[in-house]
Design a protein around this ligand. Structure first.
Ligand code: ZN
Length: 295
């Protein structure tokens, strides 16, 4: 019998669970709101119990979290401000409920792995995946391995040059105020302009400013990690007009310094949307599961 895998895209507002093997072989999928840990994890476990033959479950989660399999708190959400979820042993709860191995990582590392296997990063050893939505996070592969380290990257929390005359909005990160996430995540757009981003016209100055902050951040990531490609996902990037703006500004801010034809002449193929679209999240969880569970 073919091995089946489980995947959980664990988000701050909803959970998406799937059973299957590859993107065109998803046997079942369900989604439900993220409520209390007991209720939410109970629903997830009940969904997977219906299926025989699941050999591992991948969990691509919101964070911060502990992704180190050697750590006693592997599988835990750590310091999230989300009520009730700090220090929750998400991975352990699923592992104990189902009796199969789990693979636990950030939602952005999961999405990056799915894009590497089936999407816009196939064949690359070094790339990053950024999600720009309710928050901003980044993951990816470096030298063919998922980005881990002391804990995991927090690319949304880098500081940026902030011109207070041009943009008096103070930012809304509870830790840093005007970090990248504080200035450029979806809730910051809504708060700064007084209406949610999707209600702003495509030629509103909000998008020029948003692209400015994203391009400043991309310059940092390009200069530090030298990614071969950058994938931009998340709800804010549904504003397609952002892509050409971000590409132009990234080129402008690098100012010809990085002598790569990819950046100088093929930026359209360098800064791209996810090949898997909004499916990158749950497929990322399935891809994580497949790092284990073949034995
Ligand atoms: Zn921050």
């Amino acid at each position: 019998m073919k091995h089946l895998f489980g995947g959980i895209e664990a988000g701050g507002t909803k959970f998406v669970c799937a059973v299957g093997t590859v993107p065109d072989d998803i046997r079942a999928e369900t989604r439900f709101p993220t409520t209390t840990p007991a209720e939410t994890l109970g629903k997830a476990a009940a969904f997977f119990r219906e299926w025989a033959g699941i050999t591992a479950v991948g969990i691509a989660s919101f964070g911060p979290l502990d992704p180190d399999p050697q750590s006693p708190t592997y599988g835990h959400i750590t310091s999230t401000p989300k009520p009730g979820w700090a220090n929750v042993d998400l991975g352990g709860a699923i592992q104990r409920a189902l009796g199969v191995p789990i693979v636990f990582d950030t939602d952005t590392n999961g999405a990056a792995l799915a894009e590497w296997r089936w999407g816009a990063a196939q064949g690359l050893d070094n790339f990053i995946y950024l999600t720009i939505g309710t928050g901003i996070g980044g993951g990816g592969l470096v030298n063919g391995k998922l980005l881990h380290g002391l804990v995991h990257p927090e690319m949304g929390h880098i500081p940026l040059p902030h011109d207070w005359a041009q943009d008096p909005y103070p930012g809304r990160c509870p830790y840093h105020g005007d970090c990248l996430e504080g200035l450029a995540a979806g809730p910051a757009i809504a708060e700064r302009w007084g209406v949610p981003g999707p209600e702003l016209p495509a030629d509103h100055p909000a998008w020029e400013l948003e692209a400015h902050y994203l391009a400043l951040a991309l310059r940092v990531f390009i200069c530090t990690l030298s990614p071969q490609r950058i994938i931009l996902g998340g709800g804010v990037m549904a504003q397609r007009q952002l892509f050409p703006l971000v590409r132009q500004k990234t080129q402008a801010y690098l100012n010809g310094y990085i002598q790569s034809p990819t950046i100088l002449r093929e930026i359209d193929k360098y800064i791209v949307s996810p090949g898997l679209g909004s499916r990158a999240g749950v497929l990322g969880a399935l891809a994580l599961a497949q790092l284990r569970g073949r034995g």
